[in-house]
Design a protein around this ligand. Sequence first.
Ligand SMILES: Cc1cc2nc3c(=O)[nH]c(=O)nc-3n(C[C@H](O)[C@H](O)[C@H](O)COP(=O)(O)O)c2cc1C
Length: 203
Amino acid sequence: MAELNLAVIYYSSTGTNHQMAQWAEEAGKSVGANVRLRRVPETAPMEAIEQNPAWKEHYEKTQDVEEATTEDLDWADAIIFSAPTRFGVEASQFRAFIDTTGGLWGQGKLVNKVVSAMSSAQNSHGGQEATVLSIYKTMAHWGAIIVPPGYTDPVQFASGGNPYGVSATAGEEGIVEDIEEAVKHQAKRTVETAKWIKDGQGQ
Ligand SMILES: Cc1cc2nc3c(=O)[nH]c(=O)nc-3n(C[C@H](O)[C@H](O)[C@H](O)COP(=O)(O)O)c2cc1C
């Protein structure tokens, strides 16, 4: 069986998407993938970060997580994205990273990447689905292979049942829903689909 590289690329201000990305990392490793967990570079000015204690704390706590680069996308066979919802779309920090991928795209290197996306919002219906679909629009432009979780496992129902990609509600005390298993299912399904495609190449 071919080696399989999974990049888990996330942006998080206050930890929700970082937690989701860590669950995806764990699941990817559990099915034998080589995994890179990568943090999208922060673009906000320090003055803005310092005004929000939760943001500042998370920013400082995750400085040792390697920053995502386009080389991580080139390396990956499969990619899990996780980004917070901001007014119905992904955070601008995440978009800024996506906007650096033009060079890879121009060389056709994003074609057939096997991708899946997750999001969080403050409200349970605060726009998570729209954010995931927004990420998938970009994936269509890449010519990527989008792997949504659908209802392929009972854990989907326990997590809130978003078939596009796991949705988290970021509450005061942390994530409201029980989504850990759904995140892991989504990550494993993405890796397994990528393996299936990679192993089938050239046949
Ligand atoms: C500028 C801004 C816009 C936001 N827009 C929404 C929104 O439209 N709906 C919603 O429910 N939450 C919204 N939120 C809350 C974020 O989605 C929430 O803080 C995020 O999901 C937490 O993820 P993180 O802990 O990984 O940063 C917004 C937050 C900010 C700062």
